[in-house]
Design a protein. Structure first.
Ligand SMILES: [Ca+2]
Length: 349
């Protein structure tokens, strides 16, 4: 464990500290910052991590602010840290822990996966046919934009939980591209976890083992699949069509689709709802189409319900930002036509 000077009190100004972290030659290092990371933002305030023994090694990250940095893995057996502060603003600083781990490339303990489909699992000893002690493996799976990651466990045999908690050996799934993303589940024991479909185009799988009791481990396969609806799109002068799933047939129940549409700077997004038919209800809480002018402004225009829009219905962004979010929530089903939208940038006068 290492930390900034005076932690958790404010660190001193105009200070430079360095740390060299070394482990066994065949091993690698993983380092993670703890919560309450706080380095006031200024040019001379930062903590920098280098993938080697000095600042000539490649820079893995330079961090300040209050957002927790991602976990870091070395490509060799050492890491070099620099903590620099200037005369502007003191803060609590940071605390980090590190541990030795396996080489992601040679032993399959984690790595960055970008294939459209791949099978991976716990690194297993050739002698015992069980996983090793003290593992900390992280796989980060990234699919193309507007694709999702579908992960299925083929086998799963880890040390059992204790007091209903997976505290010894476990697998954690994070619904995003790092360990700060939403935790989707923690698994241990011998029950094979259910398949998992990511919310966006990335998924992080973490595998931890402690220093006693090893089992056969796990094996999992992921595939990348198309989103059923929604996605991130760039509006151009050519119209883009968005529809509810299965359009023009009945949409599935309990579906939330989000389209994020960006236009180039100084242009607007124009949406024409050409067809619209959601299930009738008391209000908009169960089935609705919502247009937001930016991610932070909600309910700019919520189409009231029950409704059958007179066509064509036109929506033009009012703000001069170039970001539009469209949410379509469908809980009850209705046959026939639902919604279709065209988007095109519109020049701001
Ligand atoms: Ca264990």
């Amino acid at each position: 464990m290492i930390k900034s000077p005076h932690w958790p009190q404010n660190f001193p100004m105009n200070t430079r500290c360095t740390w060299t972290i070394i482990t066994h030659e065949s091993k690698h290092l993983e380092m993670n910052f703890h919560s309450n990371f706080q380095i006031p933002d200024s040019d001379g305030n930062y903590v920098a991590v280098y993938d080697g023994s000095d600042t000539h090694a490649s820079l893995l990250g330079k961090f300040c602010g209050s957002e927790l940095p991602p976990n870091i893995k070395s490509s060799s057996n050492n890491l070099f840290l620099v903590f620099n502060t200037d005369f502007f603003g003191a803060g609590r600083g940071w605390k980090a822990s590190f541990r030795e781990t396996l080489d992601p490339n040679e032993n399959g303990c984690g790595g960055y996966l970008t294939n459209s489909a791949y099978t991976f699992g716990s690194p297993v000893s050739n002698v015992t046919r069980r996983y090793e002690k003290n593992l900390d493996c992280v796989w980060i799976i990234t699919a193309p934009v507007n694709k999702l990651v579908n992960l299925t466990f083929n086998s799963f045999m880890l040390e059992a939980q204790s007091a209903q908690t997976c505290r010894y050996d476990y697998v954690k799934l994070y619904d995003g591209n790092n360990e700060n993303a939403n935790l989707a589940g923690t698994f241990c024991g011998s029950t094979v976890p259910a398949p998992f479909l990511s919310t966006h185009n990335s998924l992080t799988v973490k595998f931890i083992t402690d220093n006693s009791v090893e089992r056969e481990g796990f094996n999992a396969t992921y595939t990348t699949v198309d989103r059923p609806c929604g996605g991130i799109y760039n509006a151009t002068s050519t119209s883009l069509t968005a529809t509810s799933p299965n359009f023009p047939n009945e949409y599935p129940p309990f579906t939330l689709c989000t389209w994020v549409i960006d236009a180039p700077p100084h242009q607007q997004v124009r949406v024409v709802v050409e067809a619209f038919h959601l299930h009738s209800g008391q209000d908009c809480s169960r089935n609705y189409l919502e247009l937001q002018d930016s991610p932070t402004v909600r309910n700019l225009q919520m189409i009231p319900f029950p409704i059958h829009i007179q066509l064509p219905s036109l929506f033009v962004k009012r703000e001069k930002t170039h970001h539009l979010v469209i949410d379509l929530l469908m809980i009850l089903c209705e046959r026939h036509i639902q919604s279709i939208m065209h988007c095109a940038p519109l020049k701001v006068c």
